[in-house]
Unconditional design. Structure first.
Length: 155
């Protein structure tokens, strides 16, 4: 039976897709994800970072990386802040669906690091503040899932 807890283990190449929109926040999420990769003893040259314009583009970029066959796991990092229009709902929902489709259609773990918040203060708290670093958490989830997949021999 695969081990689901315990120390992180290197799993191979990791692709990190990061939204440039709200870069002050996504940069912190990226720092957390990269730190997690280091903790898993994944070499720096085995971590590819791809920047996209905004959260909505995370899905298509993740799909392209997944189809390349080069990665053991992906991590998607972005921020969507609720505003006064339905834009938040559309972007957050469609981005979530797109990333989920990448994971299930390709069978590749995608760490979900898309912050959906009401305020920038909430985003700051989740990007290394009191609520931790969700970029680190997303990378850890993806790495652990990739490890499980490798242990059961399915990919």
């Amino acid at each position: 039976m695969p081990e689901f807890r315990g120390q992180l283990r290197p799993v191979g190449r990791i692709g990190i897709v990061v939204s440039a929109y709200h870069e002050r926040i996504t940069g912190r999420l990226l720092e957390g994800a990269v730190q997690c990769c280091r903790e898993a003893q994944i070499a720096g040259e085995d971590v590819d970072i791809v920047w996209v314009g905004g959260a909505f583009e995370l899905g298509v970029a993740a799909a392209a990386l997944a189809r390349s066959g080069r990665y053991a796991a992906l991590v998607a990092l972005g921020v969507v802040v609720r505003g006064e229009t339905p834009h938040f709902d559309f972007v957050a929902g469609e981005t979530t669906r797109a990333l989920g489709r990448v994971a299930t259609n390709v069978g590749l773990p995608v760490g979900f690091g898309l912050l959906t918040v009401d305020t920038m203060a909430q985003a700051v708290e989740r990007a290394g503040g009191a609520a931790g670093n969700k970029g680190h958490e997303a990378a850890e989830a993806a790495i652990r899932a990739a490890d499980v997949i490798s242990q059961v021999g399915h990919r």
